[in-house]
Design a protein around this ligand. Structure first.
Ligand SMILES: [Fe+2]
Length: 97
């Protein structure tokens, strides 16, 4: 199971308590014709005990890995919903999420 590619338009803290969670990251890479273009910039596998800090410009997708259920504690700042987006890296588009 994987989330869409999205941002949170807020800071966030994710503490993984059980299972494994793969985070894949993108950053904005706009062009004049494609203002919502993004490019991949790596990933990080979270295991129990790991803490991930998200800044408002982070774009990611989260996928549960393995056969153990994932349990995480997530804390986010105040969200600016106008800027919380879901990205399509094939069509180079973004829409509210
Ligand atoms: Fe997220």
């Amino acid at each position: 199971m994987a989330s869409p590619i999205h941002n949170h338009a807020s800071w966030g803290l994710v503490a993984l308590l059980n299972g494994q969670e793969k985070n894949t990251f993108w950053q904005r890479s706009p062009t004049a014709d494609l203002p919502d273009r993004i490019k991949p910039v790596g990933g990080r596998l979270l295991v129990p005990g790991d803490i991930l800090c998200l800044m408002p410009d982070v774009i990611h997708r989260v996928a549960a890995i393995g056969d153990q259920p994932t349990i995480s504690f997530n804390l986010y700042g105040e969200t600016n919903y106008d800027q919380r987006l879901e990205f399509d890296p094939i069509q180079n588009t973004a829409k509210n999420f």
